[in-house]
Structure formats: structure tokens, C-alpha cells
Design a protein around this ligand. Structure first.
Ligand code: GAR
Length: 208
């Protein structure tokens, strides 16, 4: 049976765009992006949802007193929408274990580096690429992993390496990693989930 996919965003939503394209190309079969939730109003990701007739809503962090209250509201919203899979696609708001516990092995996150490099607290967006460039790594890339309470430490579903160029800036590296890795492996991981091909054992992902 087709699954309901909820995509959580906080910004431009280029990864959401890649998922919408994949859906249009039939990659997800009967499954569909049934809801987009943004932690910020007025972001371009919401336009992308609207332009593609995907229901969307804003759940703004500033409207809640605590991370716990925000997380409960988010988990309730996802459950009420009968969500099967939650995709964090550039969702930059901290949520707590309530969400992870209510959606065990059903939350995917895309991270713009090869985990366990340049990940964990404080590593998001351009900061990740700044750190990679200041270390002087010759390859970086992207990782799609299952979200668990420990930040960026959940089982890895897919990774793709991308060459770092000598004259890269955080912006050029970010764009190349998006184009060559994130926009490729995120739809691929969602497809694997929708086809029930992901199994987690001993904190590792096995793909059937
Ligand atoms: C992406 O590069 C994503 O990997 C990153 O934020 C960007 C969002 O772009 N996520 C993180 O850094 C999470 N730790 P988008 O809104 O255009 O998809």
C-alpha cells in the first residue's frame, strides 16, 4: 500500500524539490508526499509545496515555550496526518525524543557530509562545508540516515562522495554536494523505504 510521506523543511527546500521531481517521475510508486511542514514562515519550500498542490503548514518554534512542547505538537500533527515516513530535508529546528520514539526507524535525515565526519551539534548548513574546507579534506559528500535521539548518529542508509576542489568556497562546495549527492541519494533512500527494503539490525541498515 502507498505510504504517506511528510517532509519537514526550514528553508529553500531544494531537497524537497528533488523529492517532488522523483515523485513526478514515478519513483515512489503509490506513495506520495502528503504533507510539508516548515518550522519557519515565508520560506521558499512552502512555495514549492503550493506550486505542486501539496498540503503544507507552518509549525513555528517561536510559538512554543519549549523543545518538548514543540516536539509534542509536531508528533501529534504527523500522527494525525497518518504519516508513515518523516523526511527531514534541511529541517534545522531541534526536536526531542518524543518524535523519534513515536516514529521509530521511520524518520530519515539528509546531512551534507560523510558521517561520522563533520556532524553532530552545530554542524548544519554552511557550517558543515566551512569545517570540511578548513580541515582540507579532499572528498566530502552527503549521508542519508535514520534519525535516532543521538544527533546524526543513527543507522546510515546511503552515502555518496563528492570531490572537494582547491578553490571551493563553502557555497560552491554546498551546491556541488547538493547537486551530485543530496538530490540523488535522498530520493533513492525514500524509494527504498517506500518499497519496504530497509531493515535495521544492530544500528546498521541492510538493504534488500
Ligand atoms: C541541505 O544541504 C541539507 O543537507 C542541510 O541543509 C540544507 C538544506 O537545503 N541539512 C543540514 O545541515 C542538517 N544537519 P534545502 O532547504 O535547499 O533542502
Amino acid at each position: 500500500m502507498g505510504k504517506n510521506i511528510a517532509v519537514l523543511v526550514s528553508g529553500g527546500g531544494t531537497n524537497l524539490g528533488a523529492l517532488i521531481e522523483a515523485q513526478k517521475n514515478g519513483m515512489f510508486g503509490d506513495s506520495k508526499i502528503s504533507l510539508v511542514i516548515s518550522s519557519k514562515p515565508d520560506v521558499y519550500a512552502l512555495e514549492r509545496a503550493k506550486n505542486n498542490n501539496i498540503p503544507s503548514l507552518v509549525l513555528a518554534r517561536k510559538d512554543y515555550d519549549s523543545i518538548a512542547a514543540y516536539s509534542k505538537a509536531l508528533a501529534d500533527t504527523l500522527e494525525n496526518a497518518k504519516t508513515d515516513l518523516v523526511v527531514l530535508a534541511g529541517f534545522l529546528t531541534i526536536i526531542d525524543e518524543q518524535v523519534y520514539e513515536r516514529f521509530p526507524n521511520r524518520i530519515l535525515n539528509v546531512h551534507p557530509a560523510l558521517i561520522p565526519s563533520f556532524c553532530g551539534k552545530g554542524f548544519y548548513g554552511l557550517y558543515v562545508h566551512e569545517a570540511a574546507l578548513s580541515k582540507g579534506v579532499k572528498v566530502s559528500g552527503a549521508t542519508v540516515h535514520i534519525v535516532t535521539p543521538e544527533c546524526d548518529a543513527g543507522p546510515i542508509v546511503l552515502q555518496k562522495a563528492v570531490e572537494v576542489k582547491q578553490d571551493d568556497t563553502p557555497e560552491t562546495l554546498q551546491l556541488r554536494i547538493m547537486q551530485e549527492a543530496e538530490w540523488v541519494i535522498l530520493p533513492e533512500a525514500v524509494k527504498l523505504f517506500c518499497e519496504d527494503r530497509i531493515t535495521v539490525k544492530d544500528n546498521k541498515v541492510y538493504i534488500d
